[in-house]
Design a binder for this molecule. Structure first.
Ligand code: ZN
Length: 197
C-alpha cells in the first residue's frame, strides 16, 4: 500500500499542525470528493454510481497511474481508494496527487482558493504565545509567502495574461495582478501558520 502524502513528504511545520488539520477539515466539509474526482477523471472517463447512492467508481485520475479498468472508488465520508495504485485518502490528498504540488499544504490552499472555502482562524492567545519564536517563523513564512504568490499567479492569473497580445498591455496587467497576489497570499498564510498549539 502506498503511504499517504503525510508519510511520503518530510514533515514540514504546517503539515502536522493543529491549524493545518483544522484547515483540512474545513476543506473536507466544503469540497465533495466526488466533485474533485469527477473533475480529474474527466480526462479519461466518467464517474459512475456504484450500487448505493454514495459510492462511485472511475478509472484512477492520479496521473502516474495508467488505470485500464475502473479501480478508483469514492465512499463516505469523503474518502477515496484506488485498488490499482493503492493510494487512498481524502479530498486534500487527492488534490495533492492529481495536481502539481511540492507539499500537502499547497494542495490544501489551492482547494481553498478554488472552492472559496473560509479557512479557520487561530485564537489571539495562540499568536501571543508564539512571539518568542518570531525570527525563525518569519523566515519560514517569508519563503512560503513568496512561493504562494508565485503559485497563485501561475495558476489563476497567468492563463489570462497569455491571451493578451500587446506586450505593453500584458506587462501592465501582469504588474497589477502580481500586486493582487500579496494580500491574497497573506490572508491564506495567516490562517495556516504554526505547528502544534
Ligand atoms: Zn490509482
Amino acid at each position: 500500500m502506498t503511504p499517504s502524502p503525510n508519510r511520503i513528504l518530510p514533515h514540514s511545520v504546517s503539515d502536522t499542525s493543529y491549524g493545518f488539520r483544522r484547515c483540512c477539515q474545513a476543506i473536507r466539509d466544503a469540497v465533495p470528493i466526488e466533485e474533485l474526482a469527477r473533475r480529474y477523471a474527466r480526462r479519461y472517463t466518467n464517474l459512475e454510481p456504484l450500487g448505493g447512492r454514495a459510492w462511485f467508481t472511475c478509472r484512477c485520475p492520479i496521473p502516474d497511474h495508467e488505470d485500464r479498468t475502473p479501480s478508483f472508488y469514492t465512499y463516505p465520508p469523503g474518502r477515496y481508494h484506488c485498488y490499482g495504485c493503492g493510494r487512498n485518502g481524502d479530498v486534500v490528498d487527492l488534490e495533492f496527487f492529481c495536481g502539481d504540488y511540492g507539499e500537502l499544504w499547497e494542495a490544501m490552499i489551492s482547494l481553498a482558493v478554488e472552492y472559496d472555502v473560509e479557512l479557520p482562524k487561530r485564537p489571539e492567545s495562540w499568536y501571543r504565545g508564539r512571539e518568542r519564536q518570531r525570527p525563525v517563523r518569519d523566515a519560514i513564512n517569508r519563503a512560503r509567502f513568496d512561493h504562494l504568490r508565485r503559485r497563485l499567479f501561475r495558476y489563476f492569473f497567468e492563463p489570462s495574461l497569455l491571451r493578451i497580445e500587446d506586450p505593453d498591455e500584458r506587462e501592465a496587467e501582469a504588474k497589477l495582478l502580481w500586486d493582487v497576489t500579496a494580500p491574497l497570499a497573506q490572508m491564506m498564510l495567516e490562517r495556516l501558520r504554526g505547528e502544534s498549539s
